[in-house]
Write a protein that binds this ligand. Structure first.
Ligand code: GLY
Length: 373
């Protein structure tokens, strides 16, 4: 079997690793450099519970996503030779005033009602874990077992493991459209006009997924949602836990660098960093960790989160074209869901029935007969 994967980000690379490992002849095309869009721009938080806004299909999928990553992580390290610096120290949500505390208590209630585990901390207990936290933190929630990964290294790990398993990667090779013959996929047409034949095609082109010609009948519409990030130099171990709050988040890297985020903006495909974005992130981050105000600001960047209209990922077979699969629309959860998405897509291509209920992420929800259009 020959598979072509459109998009060499964290999702496409993870899929290529699983497909090539299963003996599928796999080639990945990326319109630019591999892994240099949202996979590069992300902060790398692995917080299915910490990032959940409420009970339902998304948090359940994200929990399965973390399990899937935990399940393959050791093998990924061994097969890639790349260490993505996965740190499971736990994530902390903190409150600096009564309104924020009420928001956290509401999170605590629905998560406990759903049977999830999380701990309540006083401000002093939170500062014992993270001494750099503001003296104004009065209350916190701790999500043990959640953590962070270096998303750029994770993407590189999938790429290297996929290459070692036999996959080919073609950077700067844009796919113009899907080519179909007799009602099923026959390959892709590249922007240089060449036809590349395949038995299956996976559209994992992130927020460029709906621009691929030949997919329109499925009604999958993915748009970019910009997120800006600031990066500070800090001594190694300045922060041992990633911190979230209604004012933003701060994520430590092992090197000591601290990433502060973020914005959520409808700015089309514009990856500019703006003064408003920087000001908002900086003020939120400094209120959480006052010492940040004196640290060197090393870099700022913006990335484009791929979002479907309902903000749920799009994972599964095309309802109209046999041999075409989607793995896109991961919005805020692409890093977290990479291993699970790859497992699901590789399983579907191999003809296995997924053990998860995939109805909430099915591409069929957008087609003419779908309920959510
Ligand atoms: N998952 C964090 C973000 O999208 O900013």
């Amino acid at each position: 079997m020959r598979a072509l994967v459109i998009g060499g980000g964290v999702i496409g690379s993870a899929i290529a690793w699983r497909l090539a490992g299963a003996g599928v002849k796999t080639r990945v095309y990326d319109r630019g450099q591999l892994g240099e869009e949202s996979s590069w721009a992300a902060a790398g938080m692995l917080g299915p519970q910490a990032e959940a806004e409420g009970p339902g299909a998304l948090v359940n999928l994200c929990l399965a996503g973390l399990d899937a990553l935990n399940g393959v992580y050791r093998r990924l390290l061994d097969e890639s030779g790349v260490n993505p610096e996965y740190d499971r120290a736990g994530l902390l949500w903190v409150a600096l005033d009564n309104a924020e505390r009420a928001e956290l208590e509401a999170r605590l209630r629905w998560q406990r009602d759903a049977g999830f585990k999380l701990e309540e901390l006083t401000g002093a207990q939170a500062r014992e874990l993270v001494p750099a936290l503001s003296a104004e933190v009065t209350y916190a929630l701790r999500f043990a077992g959640e953590g962070v990964v270096d998303n750029r290294k994770l993407t590189e790990a999938y790429i290297q493991a996929a290459i070692r398993a036999g996959a080919e990667f073609c950077a700067c090779s844009a796919v113009e459209g899907i080519v179909a013959r007799a009602g099923r996929v026959a390959g892709v047409r590249l922007s240089d006009g060449t036809l590349q034949e395949a038995d299956v095609v996976v559209n994992s082109a992130g927020c460029w997924a709906s621009g691929i010609k030949g997919c329109a009948a499925d009604g999958v519409s993915i748009r970019p949602v910009r997120g800006q990030i600031l990066c500070f130099d800090a001594p190694a171990d300045a922060l041992k836990h990633a911190i979230l709050s209604p004012r933003g988040y701060i994520v430590p890297r092992r090197s000591g660098r601290l990433l502060a985020g973020t914005t959520s903006e409808e700015a089309g495909y514009d990856k500019s960093v703006t003064l408003d974005g920087v000001a908002r992130i900086a003020s939120g981050a400094r209120s959480l960790v006052p010492a940040l105000g004196a640290l060197p600001l090393r870099q700022a960047w913006a990335g484009l989160r791929p979002a479907a209209p309902d903000y749920m990922p799009v994972i599964g077979p095309s309802p109209t074209l046999a041999g075409l699969y989607y793995a896109t629309g991961h919005y805020r959860n692409g890093i977290l869901l990479s291993a699970l998405t790859a497992e699901v897509i590789a399983g579907l291509i191999a003809g296995r029935t997924p053990s998860l209920d995939l109805s909430s992420v099915s591409p069929a929800r957008f087609s003419a007969d779908g309920a959510k259009r």
